[in-house]
Design a protein around this ligand. Structure first.
Ligand code: BJ8
Length: 432
């Protein structure tokens, strides 16, 4: 095990105060995050040097990046908070704005939410709502507005309450993929473009949308490159680090992120050529599929990798569902570009769709591409669509002789021991 390096998430109390935060509460959360990060990440052996950049982003998560965002805001950049990969980031970037995928992966904000929300709903929704009502997230305090969506019941009803705290607009997401659903969704995409234009008081030009498309495609291609590198044995990077990078993709500057991730991929490429990795060559290779793991939810990956396996892919929105599809860069007029944008986003295979056969096929495809040896399906408690869809994923795995395990959990530490036991038994089955 690597020697424990000192690590601290930096404090910016003056900046937090200026954002109207509950500084005292937040200070405690900052210390907890630093401690958890240090133990989860910095004890890993043989981490690539390129992870220094991402470590530093976590150290500066509540300061450096926030300062950049506030600076851009001063210059007129709209800052939009989102909770779903369906909200077209290209239009935010084309409007000169900043898209922030807001966090909802911490147990620390749940008690704040449970003062209002029912306890028996998804922890991600509660965690996110708690961050806002508890005034304990500098990102939430920095956004001009939130763009929510109607993917699931917990989210769409929470937006009504969230709107009392921060302007919250809602995009209707179809639940089927028929032509009439696509037509409806194209209208929603147009409304979103208009919203961004109303905010900036400037039209989004074709050139700006083309530039934004290139930025987003470049970022997605680099994330695809990372995924491809993880398919090698031994894995050149841990699953925990892979997940961290996918989480950071939602709040870092997209151009800088792409450049730094490409540099890391060059390093991983060299490792692959030398046959070097972070895990033993015989470590079981696991694909994790299911609901997103928002920052700082590292619970399952930590359990799997502490049990001697390596996670080689996340079939999730904080994972391949975010970056597997590119948008066509073919020049055209605004109408055809918006149609292309709609088509790109309609490929997202979220379990809110019915039927959702594409996802079942995608899990098997990613299992093969990543050279995994087992699938662990991860479902956040009370997420009915993913929970029920796990039945079809299990059937597909059985048909293809793929070892399968379903885990349903929340953010508490209470079930860690029980999950650990189940994961260890599953890894024995994978080892054969
Ligand atoms: S496109 S997966 S990011 S909705 S919040 S549905 S876990 S009960 S996150 Fe998602 Fe968009 Fe789909 Fe992806 Fe379930 Fe919880 Fe709802 Fe959730």
């Amino acid at each position: 095990m690597a020697e424990l390096k000192s690590f601290e998430v930096k404090a910016y109390p003056e900046m937090w105060k200026s954002l109207g935060m509950n500084v005292e509460r937040f200070e405690k959360m900052r210390c907890v995050l630093g401690d958890v990060y240090q133990k989860t990440y910095l004890l890993q052996d043989n981490r690539p040097k390129g992870m220094d950049y991402f470590d530093n982003l976590i150290a500066e998560i509540h300061g450096g990046r926030i300062a950049e965002i506030l600076e851009a805001k001063k210059k007129g950049a709209p800052v939009v908070g989102t909770f779903c990969v369906f909200v077209p980031e290209e239009l935010i970037v084309a409007a000169g704005g900043i898209c922030l995928g807001l966090c909802g992966g911490s147990p620390g904000s749940i008690p704040d939410a449970e003062k209002t929300l029912p306890r028996n709903i998804c922890p991600m929704v509660k965690s996110a709502y708690g961050f806002k009502v508890g005034k304990i997230c500098p990102y939430f305090q920095s956004v001009d507005f939130v763009y929510g969506e109607t993917t699931c019941d917990a989210k769409k009803k929470t937006w009504e309450l969230l709107d009392r705290e921060v302007p919250t607009y809602v995009m209707e997401i179809p639940q089927m993929k028929r032509e009439r659903d696509r037509v409806m969704w194209l209208e929603e995409v147009k409304d979103f473009k208009k919203k961004m234009e109303d905010v900036t008081k400037k039209p989004i030009t074709i050139e700006a949308l083309q530039r934004a498309t290139k930025v987003m495609n470049a970022k997605r291609k680099t994330l695809q490159r990372l995924t491809a590198l993880r398919s090698h044995t031994p894995a050149p990077i841990s699953g925990k680090d892979g997940l961290l990078i996918e989480q950071i993709a939602f709040y870092d500057d997209p151009v800088r992120f792409t450049e730094k991730l490409n540099a890391l991929c060059d390093e991983l490429d060299a490792r692959v050529k030398k046959g070097e990795g972070v895990s033993k060559p015989n470590a079981p290779r696991i694909l994790v599929s299911g609901t997103p793991m928002a920052l700082p939810n590292w619970k399952l990956h930590n359990i799997i990798e502490n049990s001697g396996a390596v996670v080689v892919n996340e079939e999730s929105c904080i994972g391949t569902r975010y970056f597997k599809d590119l948008m066509s860069e073919t020049d055209g007029n605004m109408d055809s570009m918006l149609a292309n944008l709609t088509d790109r986003y309609m490929k997202i295979d979220c379990s809110c769709f019915t039927p959702n056969n594409e996802r079942i096929d995608q899990v098997i495809k990613e299992y093969k591409d990543s050279k995994a040896q087992g699938v662990i399906h991860y479902c956040l408690q009370f997420c009915h669509t993913y929970n029920i869809e796990a039945i079809r994923i299990k059937e597909a795995c059985e048909k293809n002789n793929i070892p399968f395990l379903a885990i349903e959990s929340d953010y508490s530490a209470e079930d860690v021991g029980q999950i650990q036991t189940r994961v260890e038994a599953f890894l024995e089955q994978v080892r054969g």
